[in-house]
Design a protein around this ligand. Sequence first.
Ligand SMILES: CC(C)(COP(=O)(O)OP(=O)(O)OC[C@H]1O[C@@H](n2cnc3c(N)ncnc32)[C@H](O)[C@@H]1OP(=O)(O)O)[C@@H](O)C(=O)NCCC(=O)NCCS
Length: 168
Amino acid sequence: MSYSVRPARRSDAALLPDIERSAGEPFRDIPDLAWIADDEVGEPEFHESLAAGGTVWVAVDRQDRPIGFLSAEIVGDALHIWELAVAHEAQNQGLGRRLMEVAEAEARRRGLASETLTTFSDVAWNAPFYQRLGFEMLSPGADVRLDELNRLEAERGLPRRCAMRKRL
Ligand SMILES: CC(C)(COP(=O)(O)OP(=O)(O)OC[C@H]1O[C@@H](n2cnc3c(N)ncnc32)[C@H](O)[C@@H]1OP(=O)(O)O)[C@@H](O)C(=O)NCCC(=O)NCCS
């Protein structure tokens, strides 16, 4: 199957929650994270407002149907990646990496200093993947904003979260 990546339109937003739900399936194989597969997902309105700012991209199939997305926001001088998700049936074909590359190109074009995100430190398709893309894991205390996100995640019961940054 061939896919391409394009900026999301506001009308794509309604399709993104189902993609995020499907994307979570691999977590079922990790005993203490299996519940993530049934956890709540981002609201369409959230993605829609970010799409209006030009920081959401979708991977689409030949029929222009979204099958993956990256939803981000400019926070200060950083592009903060809120969600990266590829539907289960389309995973492991390079779409996640393509979406990350497109977001980085846009962050560079806008002259931003870095990309940031929070993720699971020990899940194969999370921190280790971002490290291969050039992200560094930050120690607690290195970034107040990201510390606060990790704190809120811990409150929600998410274990082993970490903050990551790629300087551009
Ligand atoms: C993370 C995610 C978006 C990656 O999408 P994808 O289209 O499968 O990504 P790619 O095919 O480009 O693969 C990305 C990397 O992850 C690795 N990977 C993907 N799925 C994997 C799996 N199940 N087990 C181990 N590694 C995996 C690939 O080997 C690849 O590594 P490389 O590019 O450095 O060689 C997708 O797995 C997903 O939606 N996961 C659930 C949601 C999630 O965890 N989002 C990230 C939140 S921070």
